[in-house]
Design a protein around this ligand. Structure first.
Ligand SMILES: Nc1nc2c(ncn2[C@@H]2O[C@H](COP(=O)(O)OP(=O)(O)OP(=O)(O)O)[C@@H](O)[C@H]2O)c(=O)[nH]1
Ligand SMILES: [Mg+2]
Length: 393
Protein backbone atom coordinates (compact mmCIF):
# COMPACT_ATOMS: atom_id res chain seq x y z
CA UNK A 1 0.00 0.00 0.00
CA UNK A 2 1.33 3.48 -0.79
CA UNK A 3 0.83 6.50 1.47
CA UNK A 4 -1.79 7.82 -1.02
CA UNK A 5 -4.21 4.91 -1.43
CA UNK A 6 -6.66 3.99 1.29
CA UNK A 7 -6.13 0.57 2.87
CA UNK A 8 -8.68 -2.17 2.34
CA UNK A 9 -8.93 -2.80 6.07
CA UNK A 10 -8.37 -0.60 9.13
CA UNK A 11 -7.78 -2.60 12.30
CA UNK A 12 -9.16 -0.27 14.99
CA UNK A 13 -7.56 -1.04 18.35
CA UNK A 14 -8.94 0.85 21.36
CA UNK A 15 -6.28 1.11 24.03
CA UNK A 16 -6.15 2.16 27.63
CA UNK A 17 -2.72 1.56 29.15
CA UNK A 18 -1.70 -1.32 26.88
CA UNK A 19 1.97 -0.35 26.31
CA UNK A 20 3.42 -3.87 26.77
CA UNK A 21 1.04 -5.33 24.15
CA UNK A 22 1.53 -2.90 21.27
CA UNK A 23 4.61 -4.36 19.56
CA UNK A 24 3.39 -7.95 19.76
CA UNK A 25 -0.05 -6.99 18.47
CA UNK A 26 1.36 -5.13 15.45
CA UNK A 27 3.79 -7.99 14.72
CA UNK A 28 1.00 -10.58 14.75
CA UNK A 29 -1.44 -8.42 12.75
CA UNK A 30 1.23 -7.83 10.09
CA UNK A 31 2.04 -11.54 9.93
CA UNK A 32 -1.62 -12.48 9.65
CA UNK A 33 -2.62 -9.95 7.01
CA UNK A 34 -0.52 -11.36 4.19
CA UNK A 35 -2.48 -10.50 1.06
CA UNK A 36 -4.65 -7.66 2.41
CA UNK A 37 -3.74 -3.96 2.57
CA UNK A 38 -4.19 -3.50 6.31
CA UNK A 39 -3.43 -0.55 8.57
CA UNK A 40 -3.53 -0.57 12.36
CA UNK A 41 -5.18 2.42 14.01
CA UNK A 42 -4.74 2.73 17.76
CA UNK A 43 -7.36 4.93 19.41
CA UNK A 44 -5.80 5.62 22.72
CA UNK A 45 -7.08 7.08 25.97
CA UNK A 46 -4.09 6.00 28.05
CA UNK A 47 -2.47 7.69 30.96
CA UNK A 48 0.73 5.63 30.58
CA UNK A 49 3.35 5.64 27.82
CA UNK A 50 1.23 3.72 25.27
CA UNK A 51 1.31 6.63 22.74
CA UNK A 52 5.13 6.77 22.82
CA UNK A 53 5.34 3.01 22.36
CA UNK A 54 2.91 3.17 19.41
CA UNK A 55 5.05 5.87 17.78
CA UNK A 56 8.19 3.74 18.22
CA UNK A 57 6.53 0.64 16.82
CA UNK A 58 5.04 2.63 13.91
CA UNK A 59 8.48 3.74 12.81
CA UNK A 60 9.59 0.23 11.89
CA UNK A 61 6.34 -1.71 11.48
CA UNK A 62 5.77 -3.72 8.29
CA UNK A 63 2.21 -2.32 8.06
CA UNK A 64 1.06 1.31 8.44
CA UNK A 65 0.35 2.16 12.05
CA UNK A 66 -1.58 5.27 13.03
CA UNK A 67 -2.42 6.73 16.41
CA UNK A 68 -5.27 8.87 17.62
CA UNK A 69 -4.61 9.94 21.16
CA UNK A 70 -7.66 11.46 22.80
CA UNK A 71 -7.12 13.96 25.56
CA UNK A 72 -10.84 13.76 26.33
CA UNK A 73 -11.96 10.13 26.22
CA UNK A 74 -15.53 10.90 25.13
CA UNK A 75 -17.75 7.79 25.14
CA UNK A 76 -15.02 5.55 26.66
CA UNK A 77 -14.20 2.36 24.80
CA UNK A 78 -17.15 2.63 22.40
CA UNK A 79 -16.38 6.29 21.72
CA UNK A 80 -12.82 5.31 20.86
CA UNK A 81 -14.02 2.69 18.38
CA UNK A 82 -16.35 5.17 16.67
CA UNK A 83 -13.52 7.74 16.50
CA UNK A 84 -11.51 5.02 14.73
CA UNK A 85 -14.32 4.37 12.22
CA UNK A 86 -14.51 8.08 11.50
CA UNK A 87 -10.79 8.39 10.92
CA UNK A 88 -10.66 5.33 8.63
CA UNK A 89 -10.85 5.51 4.85
CA UNK A 90 -10.88 1.75 4.38
CA UNK A 91 -13.75 -0.32 3.03
CA UNK A 92 -13.69 -2.53 6.10
CA UNK A 93 -12.95 -1.85 9.77
CA UNK A 94 -11.92 -4.57 12.19
CA UNK A 95 -12.35 -3.90 15.90
CA UNK A 96 -9.84 -5.76 18.04
CA UNK A 97 -8.85 -5.49 21.73
CA UNK A 98 -5.34 -4.27 22.43
CA UNK A 99 -4.43 -7.09 24.81
CA UNK A 100 -4.30 -9.97 22.29
CA UNK A 101 -7.32 -11.74 23.73
CA UNK A 102 -8.58 -11.45 20.14
CA UNK A 103 -6.21 -13.57 18.06
CA UNK A 104 -5.00 -11.65 14.98
CA UNK A 105 -4.45 -15.00 13.25
CA UNK A 106 -8.14 -15.19 12.27
CA UNK A 107 -7.96 -11.86 10.40
CA UNK A 108 -7.66 -13.63 7.01
CA UNK A 109 -10.84 -15.61 7.76
CA UNK A 110 -12.71 -12.43 8.72
CA UNK A 111 -11.50 -10.58 5.61
CA UNK A 112 -12.16 -13.50 3.23
CA UNK A 113 -15.68 -13.85 4.56
CA UNK A 114 -16.29 -10.14 3.83
CA UNK A 115 -14.90 -10.37 0.35
CA UNK A 116 -17.64 -12.87 -0.52
CA UNK A 117 -19.77 -9.71 -0.74
CA UNK A 118 -23.00 -10.86 0.91
CA UNK A 119 -22.45 -9.51 4.42
CA UNK A 120 -22.01 -6.20 6.26
CA UNK A 121 -20.59 -7.57 9.50
CA UNK A 122 -18.62 -10.69 10.34
CA UNK A 123 -18.62 -11.40 14.04
CA UNK A 124 -15.91 -13.41 15.76
CA UNK A 125 -18.06 -15.49 18.09
CA UNK A 126 -17.17 -17.40 21.24
CA UNK A 127 -20.44 -19.27 21.12
CA UNK A 128 -20.49 -21.18 17.81
CA UNK A 129 -18.73 -24.38 16.77
CA UNK A 130 -15.35 -24.65 18.41
CA UNK A 131 -15.32 -21.04 19.66
CA UNK A 132 -14.85 -20.46 23.38
CA UNK A 133 -14.74 -17.76 26.05
CA UNK A 134 -12.16 -19.64 28.08
CA UNK A 135 -9.87 -16.59 28.36
CA UNK A 136 -12.44 -14.62 30.38
CA UNK A 137 -10.93 -14.48 33.84
CA UNK A 138 -13.08 -16.37 36.36
CA UNK A 139 -16.39 -18.22 36.43
CA UNK A 140 -18.27 -15.08 37.49
CA UNK A 141 -17.07 -13.12 34.44
CA UNK A 142 -18.10 -16.02 32.17
CA UNK A 143 -21.50 -16.20 33.83
CA UNK A 144 -22.05 -12.44 33.55
CA UNK A 145 -21.04 -12.56 29.89
CA UNK A 146 -23.38 -15.46 29.12
CA UNK A 147 -26.28 -13.81 31.04
CA UNK A 148 -25.82 -10.45 29.30
CA UNK A 149 -25.69 -12.22 25.92
CA UNK A 150 -28.98 -13.97 26.72
CA UNK A 151 -30.59 -10.76 27.94
CA UNK A 152 -29.64 -8.73 24.89
CA UNK A 153 -30.75 -11.48 22.49
CA UNK A 154 -34.07 -11.68 24.33
CA UNK A 155 -34.51 -7.91 24.04
CA UNK A 156 -33.64 -7.85 20.32
CA UNK A 157 -34.83 -11.20 18.94
CA UNK A 158 -35.00 -9.90 15.35
CA UNK A 159 -31.95 -7.70 15.00
CA UNK A 160 -29.73 -10.21 16.84
CA UNK A 161 -31.20 -13.35 15.28
CA UNK A 162 -28.03 -14.13 13.30
CA UNK A 163 -25.59 -13.15 16.02
CA UNK A 164 -24.72 -15.60 18.78
CA UNK A 165 -22.24 -13.22 20.46
CA UNK A 166 -23.37 -9.57 20.41
CA UNK A 167 -21.08 -8.92 23.41
CA UNK A 168 -17.92 -9.77 21.49
CA UNK A 169 -15.44 -6.96 20.93
CA UNK A 170 -13.97 -8.66 17.84
CA UNK A 171 -15.64 -8.14 14.46
CA UNK A 172 -15.25 -6.66 11.01
CA UNK A 173 -17.79 -4.25 9.57
CA UNK A 174 -18.29 -2.58 6.20
CA UNK A 175 -17.72 1.09 6.98
CA UNK A 176 -20.32 2.23 4.46
CA UNK A 177 -23.01 0.20 6.25
CA UNK A 178 -22.55 2.04 9.54
CA UNK A 179 -24.91 4.87 10.37
CA UNK A 180 -22.08 6.73 12.07
CA UNK A 181 -24.19 9.81 12.70
CA UNK A 182 -26.78 7.73 14.59
CA UNK A 183 -24.36 5.83 16.79
CA UNK A 184 -24.39 7.13 20.34
CA UNK A 185 -21.40 5.30 21.68
CA UNK A 186 -21.38 4.61 25.37
CA UNK A 187 -19.95 1.86 27.53
CA UNK A 188 -18.19 -1.26 26.41
CA UNK A 189 -20.52 -2.90 23.91
CA UNK A 190 -20.22 -1.16 20.58
CA UNK A 191 -21.25 -4.19 18.47
CA UNK A 192 -24.57 -4.36 20.31
CA UNK A 193 -25.18 -0.72 19.43
CA UNK A 194 -24.19 -1.23 15.78
CA UNK A 195 -26.38 -4.30 15.29
CA UNK A 196 -29.43 -2.91 17.04
CA UNK A 197 -29.35 0.48 15.30
CA UNK A 198 -28.80 -0.82 11.76
CA UNK A 199 -30.36 -3.58 9.68
CA UNK A 200 -27.17 -5.44 8.76
CA UNK A 201 -26.34 -8.77 7.15
CA UNK A 202 -24.38 -10.74 9.72
CA UNK A 203 -22.10 -13.76 9.39
CA UNK A 204 -20.05 -15.40 12.13
CA UNK A 205 -16.84 -17.31 12.52
CA UNK A 206 -15.79 -19.04 15.72
CA UNK A 207 -12.83 -17.92 17.79
CA UNK A 208 -11.23 -18.75 21.11
CA UNK A 209 -11.06 -15.73 23.41
CA UNK A 210 -7.52 -15.95 24.75
CA UNK A 211 -5.83 -14.84 27.94
CA UNK A 212 -4.47 -11.31 28.23
CA UNK A 213 -0.92 -11.09 26.85
CA UNK A 214 0.16 -8.43 29.40
CA UNK A 215 -1.21 -5.51 31.41
CA UNK A 216 -4.37 -5.20 33.47
CA UNK A 217 -8.07 -5.65 32.80
CA UNK A 218 -10.26 -2.55 32.75
CA UNK A 219 -13.51 -4.47 33.18
CA UNK A 220 -15.35 -3.56 36.39
CA UNK A 221 -18.71 -3.55 38.12
CA UNK A 222 -19.81 -0.14 36.84
CA UNK A 223 -19.71 -1.56 33.31
CA UNK A 224 -22.49 -3.93 34.41
CA UNK A 225 -24.74 -0.97 35.28
CA UNK A 226 -23.78 0.78 32.05
CA UNK A 227 -24.61 -2.37 30.10
CA UNK A 228 -28.12 -2.51 31.60
CA UNK A 229 -28.65 1.18 30.86
CA UNK A 230 -27.35 0.68 27.32
CA UNK A 231 -29.74 -2.21 26.62
CA UNK A 232 -32.66 -0.32 28.18
CA UNK A 233 -32.03 2.81 26.19
CA UNK A 234 -31.38 1.00 22.90
CA UNK A 235 -34.68 -0.83 23.41
CA UNK A 236 -36.86 1.86 24.95
CA UNK A 237 -34.95 5.08 24.35
CA UNK A 238 -33.78 7.73 26.74
CA UNK A 239 -37.05 7.68 28.63
CA UNK A 240 -36.27 4.26 30.09
CA UNK A 241 -33.02 5.53 31.58
CA UNK A 242 -34.93 8.48 33.02
CA UNK A 243 -37.43 6.03 34.50
CA UNK A 244 -34.68 3.85 36.03
CA UNK A 245 -33.08 6.90 37.67
CA UNK A 246 -36.51 8.05 38.87
CA UNK A 247 -37.27 4.61 40.35
CA UNK A 248 -33.94 4.49 42.17
CA UNK A 249 -34.66 8.01 43.47
CA UNK A 250 -38.11 6.97 44.73
CA UNK A 251 -36.61 4.05 46.69
CA UNK A 252 -33.95 6.29 48.23
CA UNK A 253 -36.65 8.85 49.07
CA UNK A 254 -38.68 6.23 50.97
CA UNK A 255 -35.57 4.95 52.78
CA UNK A 256 -34.62 8.51 53.81
CA UNK A 257 -38.10 9.23 55.23
CA UNK A 258 -37.91 5.97 57.22
CA UNK A 259 -34.44 6.84 58.50
CA UNK A 260 -35.26 10.44 59.45
CA UNK A 261 -38.53 9.57 61.22
CA UNK A 262 -36.78 6.75 63.11
CA UNK A 263 -34.33 9.40 64.31
CA UNK A 264 -37.23 11.40 65.73
CA UNK A 265 -37.60 13.96 62.91
CA UNK A 266 -41.23 14.97 62.32
CA UNK A 267 -42.76 13.32 59.26
CA UNK A 268 -43.49 16.55 57.38
CA UNK A 269 -39.92 17.80 57.77
CA UNK A 270 -38.61 14.31 56.93
CA UNK A 271 -40.75 14.15 53.78
CA UNK A 272 -39.67 17.60 52.58
CA UNK A 273 -35.97 17.00 53.33
CA UNK A 274 -36.04 13.57 51.65
CA UNK A 275 -37.86 14.98 48.62
CA UNK A 276 -35.33 17.80 48.14
CA UNK A 277 -32.34 15.49 48.64
CA UNK A 278 -33.84 13.05 46.15
CA UNK A 279 -34.30 15.85 43.62
CA UNK A 280 -30.62 16.77 43.98
CA UNK A 281 -29.52 13.12 43.75
CA UNK A 282 -31.70 12.53 40.69
CA UNK A 283 -30.21 15.60 39.02
CA UNK A 284 -26.66 14.31 39.54
CA UNK A 285 -27.57 10.85 38.24
CA UNK A 286 -29.45 12.13 35.25
CA UNK A 287 -26.56 14.42 34.31
CA UNK A 288 -24.28 11.36 34.11
CA UNK A 289 -26.59 8.58 32.99
CA UNK A 290 -29.50 10.07 31.06
CA UNK A 291 -28.55 13.32 29.35
CA UNK A 292 -24.77 13.00 29.39
CA UNK A 293 -24.15 13.75 25.71
CA UNK A 294 -26.50 16.77 25.79
CA UNK A 295 -24.93 18.41 28.82
CA UNK A 296 -22.42 20.60 27.10
CA UNK A 297 -24.69 22.04 24.51
CA UNK A 298 -24.87 25.63 25.63
CA UNK A 299 -25.90 25.87 29.27
CA UNK A 300 -23.91 25.85 32.49
CA UNK A 301 -24.66 23.09 34.99
CA UNK A 302 -25.83 25.75 37.46
CA UNK A 303 -28.46 26.88 34.95
CA UNK A 304 -29.54 23.27 34.31
CA UNK A 305 -29.67 22.56 38.04
CA UNK A 306 -31.74 25.68 38.73
CA UNK A 307 -34.29 24.71 36.08
CA UNK A 308 -34.43 21.06 37.10
CA UNK A 309 -34.63 21.81 40.84
CA UNK A 310 -37.37 24.43 40.54
CA UNK A 311 -39.46 22.31 38.19
CA UNK A 312 -39.24 19.21 40.37
CA UNK A 313 -39.90 21.12 43.58
CA UNK A 314 -42.95 22.83 42.07
CA UNK A 315 -44.22 19.56 40.65
CA UNK A 316 -43.77 17.73 43.97
CA UNK A 317 -45.52 20.54 45.85
CA UNK A 318 -48.42 20.66 43.38
CA UNK A 319 -48.99 16.91 43.22
CA UNK A 320 -50.78 16.63 46.58
CA UNK A 321 -53.32 19.44 45.91
CA UNK A 322 -54.04 17.86 42.51
CA UNK A 323 -54.64 14.47 44.16
CA UNK A 324 -56.99 16.20 46.61
CA UNK A 325 -58.81 17.88 43.74
CA UNK A 326 -59.30 14.54 41.97
CA UNK A 327 -60.55 12.86 45.14
CA UNK A 328 -62.79 15.71 46.34
CA UNK A 329 -64.35 16.89 43.08
CA UNK A 330 -64.13 13.84 40.77
CA UNK A 331 -64.55 11.27 43.56
CA UNK A 332 -61.65 9.14 42.38
CA UNK A 333 -60.15 6.63 44.81
CA UNK A 334 -57.03 8.10 46.47
CA UNK A 335 -54.79 5.33 45.05
CA UNK A 336 -56.10 5.90 41.51
CA UNK A 337 -55.65 9.66 41.83
CA UNK A 338 -52.10 9.14 43.12
CA UNK A 339 -51.27 6.75 40.26
CA UNK A 340 -52.59 9.21 37.66
CA UNK A 341 -50.65 12.13 39.09
CA UNK A 342 -47.45 10.10 39.39
CA UNK A 343 -47.68 9.01 35.75
CA UNK A 344 -48.50 12.53 34.59
CA UNK A 345 -45.65 13.90 36.70
CA UNK A 346 -43.20 11.42 35.15
CA UNK A 347 -44.22 12.33 31.60
CA UNK A 348 -44.16 16.07 32.36
CA UNK A 349 -40.78 15.78 34.04
CA UNK A 350 -39.27 13.88 31.13
CA UNK A 351 -40.71 16.31 28.60
CA UNK A 352 -39.51 19.35 30.54
CA UNK A 353 -35.98 17.95 30.92
CA UNK A 354 -35.69 16.88 27.26
CA UNK A 355 -37.26 19.99 25.79
CA UNK A 356 -36.04 22.69 28.16
CA UNK A 357 -33.21 21.69 30.52
CA UNK A 358 -31.20 19.65 27.99
CA UNK A 359 -32.55 21.13 24.77
CA UNK A 360 -29.80 21.07 22.13
CA UNK A 361 -29.05 24.45 20.57
CA UNK A 362 -30.50 24.90 17.09
CA UNK A 363 -27.04 24.82 15.46
CA UNK A 364 -26.21 21.50 17.16
CA UNK A 365 -29.55 20.02 16.09
CA UNK A 366 -28.77 20.92 12.48
CA UNK A 367 -25.29 19.45 12.86
CA UNK A 368 -26.73 16.16 14.09
CA UNK A 369 -28.98 15.91 11.07
CA UNK A 370 -26.23 16.71 8.66
CA UNK A 371 -23.49 14.78 10.44
CA UNK A 372 -21.16 13.02 8.06
CA UNK A 373 -18.35 10.63 8.86
CA UNK A 374 -15.29 12.79 9.47
CA UNK A 375 -12.35 11.68 7.39
CA UNK A 376 -8.81 12.42 8.32
CA UNK A 377 -6.06 12.18 5.75
CA UNK A 378 -3.30 9.75 6.60
CA UNK A 379 -0.54 11.71 8.26
CA UNK A 380 2.79 11.51 6.43
CA UNK A 381 4.44 10.55 9.69
CA UNK A 382 1.69 7.93 10.00
CA UNK A 383 1.05 9.02 13.56
CA UNK A 384 -1.08 11.91 14.60
CA UNK A 385 -2.48 13.45 17.69
CA UNK A 386 -6.15 14.07 17.97
CA UNK A 387 -7.78 16.51 20.35
CA UNK A 388 -10.50 13.93 21.01
CA UNK A 389 -13.60 16.05 21.09
CA UNK A 390 -12.75 17.28 17.61
CA UNK A 391 -14.04 13.95 16.31
CA UNK A 392 -17.49 15.23 17.18
CA UNK A 393 -18.63 12.32 19.27
N1 LIG B 1 -9.52 3.86 24.05
C1 LIG B 1 -10.00 3.17 25.12
N2 LIG B 1 -9.79 1.85 25.22
C2 LIG B 1 -10.26 1.21 26.30
C3 LIG B 1 -10.97 1.84 27.33
N3 LIG B 1 -11.30 0.92 28.27
C4 LIG B 1 -10.80 -0.25 27.83
N4 LIG B 1 -10.17 -0.09 26.65
C5 LIG B 1 -9.51 -1.09 25.80
O1 LIG B 1 -10.52 -1.98 25.39
C6 LIG B 1 -10.01 -3.31 25.28
C7 LIG B 1 -10.83 -4.24 26.17
O2 LIG B 1 -10.62 -3.90 27.54
P1 LIG B 1 -10.22 -5.03 28.61
O3 LIG B 1 -9.79 -4.38 29.87
O4 LIG B 1 -9.27 -5.97 27.99
O5 LIG B 1 -11.63 -5.69 28.86
P2 LIG B 1 -12.00 -7.23 28.75
O6 LIG B 1 -11.25 -7.87 27.60
O7 LIG B 1 -13.46 -7.30 28.76
O8 LIG B 1 -11.45 -7.75 30.14
P3 LIG B 1 -10.29 -8.85 30.43
O9 LIG B 1 -10.80 -10.17 29.97
O10 LIG B 1 -10.17 -8.81 31.92
O11 LIG B 1 -9.05 -8.37 29.71
C8 LIG B 1 -8.53 -3.20 25.67
O12 LIG B 1 -7.77 -3.03 24.51
C9 LIG B 1 -8.49 -1.95 26.52
O13 LIG B 1 -7.21 -1.32 26.51
C10 LIG B 1 -11.19 3.25 27.20
O14 LIG B 1 -11.80 3.90 28.04
N5 LIG B 1 -10.69 3.85 26.07
MG1 LIG C 1 -9.25 -7.88 27.56
Amino acid sequence: MTGESAPEVTVVVPTFNEAPNVAELVRRVALASRDAAVEVLFVDDSSDNTPAVVRDVAATAPVPVRLIHRDRPVGGLSGAVVAGFRASEATWCVVMDGDLQHPPEILPDLIDRCRAGDVDVVVASRYIDDGSGAGLAGAVRRLVSAASTMLSRAMFPVRLRSCSDPMTGYFIVRRGALGLAQLQPRGFKILLEILTRNELRVAEIPFVFGARYAGESKANLSQGLHFLLQVASLRFGRMSRFAIVGAVGALVNIAMVALLTSMGVGYVVAAVAAAELTIIGNFLLQERLVFRELREEGKSWVHRFAQSFSFNTAETALRLPVVMLFVETMHLAAAVATAITLLAAFLLRFTFHSRVVYRPRASRRRERLEARPIRSRPDPARVHRDPGAAQGI
